[in-house]
Design a binder for this molecule. Sequence first.
Ligand SMILES: [Ca+2]
Ligand SMILES: [Ca+2]
Ligand SMILES: [Ca+2]
Ligand SMILES: [Ca+2]
Length: 294
Amino acid sequence: MDQKSELSIDLGKISEDWNGDGSLNTEDIPVAGMIGDGLLDDAEDIGLDGCADESEDGWGGCLQFGETYNELLAAGSTILINVADDIDPNDPNSDNWNYDEGSYDYKRINGTEGNALDAGRYPDTEDLDRTGFLDKTNDYFTKTFTLDDTTYFSGETIKNGQPTGWRLFRIPLSHFEIIDSTGNQEWNEIKFCRLRLSDTTQAWVQIAKIELVGNEWQELGVAPDSSDSYSKTGSDSVFAISVINTEDNANYDPPQGVKGEYDRINEIRSKEQSLVLNSISLSPLQRCCFKNIG
Ligand SMILES: [Ca+2]
Ligand SMILES: [Ca+2]
Ligand SMILES: [Ca+2]
Ligand SMILES: [Ca+2]
């Protein structure tokens, strides 16, 4: 894992227009001039580009006049097809599905051509939420951090005294940024979650779990004296509330005699969790305040 690689998390309304051409691409061929039937025929499993290997042009589009990529390649064409070194003449648009069970090579697992055996007999489509429309709105919150980040790093699990490489990052939603200040981002309308990894030639990442968690404790802030004039401004660096538990934090030892509940049917012990009141640098007479809103 290249620790300098960046992971970005996008939450909100994200355009379904995967190839950016402004129109809804789907494998589902319209029946009798109407919309498709929602079922995948063998002839339809050619990918979101709308053409099989021989008719792909290498730029993500399709050849229009019956010629094939290999015919044009042999004829020396450089106008109608992309002849760059990294183009595979057997799959010019690089959209073929492939995955060997148990392999860590996932490069082609999202291929949309020839994936009927993987994804079931459903046509691939850009219309992820199946509304019949191509949603092109980009109104989302985003956060990017490096894999060696220490700000959001909350712990790494240990096995036989050695770090396992499984790390927990905990990012406050308030630290996410909006991508467009003129947009209409709403936390109560999160339709999609998208993960982006920079520099995928150097890094590979496995995700064990993603959670959006709430907190029943609200920080009211810090007061400079015995008054009740609590202020949140700058209080994060002085005082913070978080949780610590046996599942996510290898360095946490529960209080003596306290354990998570044991599920006898599934033979799993649930996590045991404590509230952390972290008063980092309270000055004399300063007071901090929090309340339960659960
Ligand atoms: Ca499209
Ligand atoms: Ca397909
Ligand atoms: Ca294709
Ligand atoms: Ca292909």
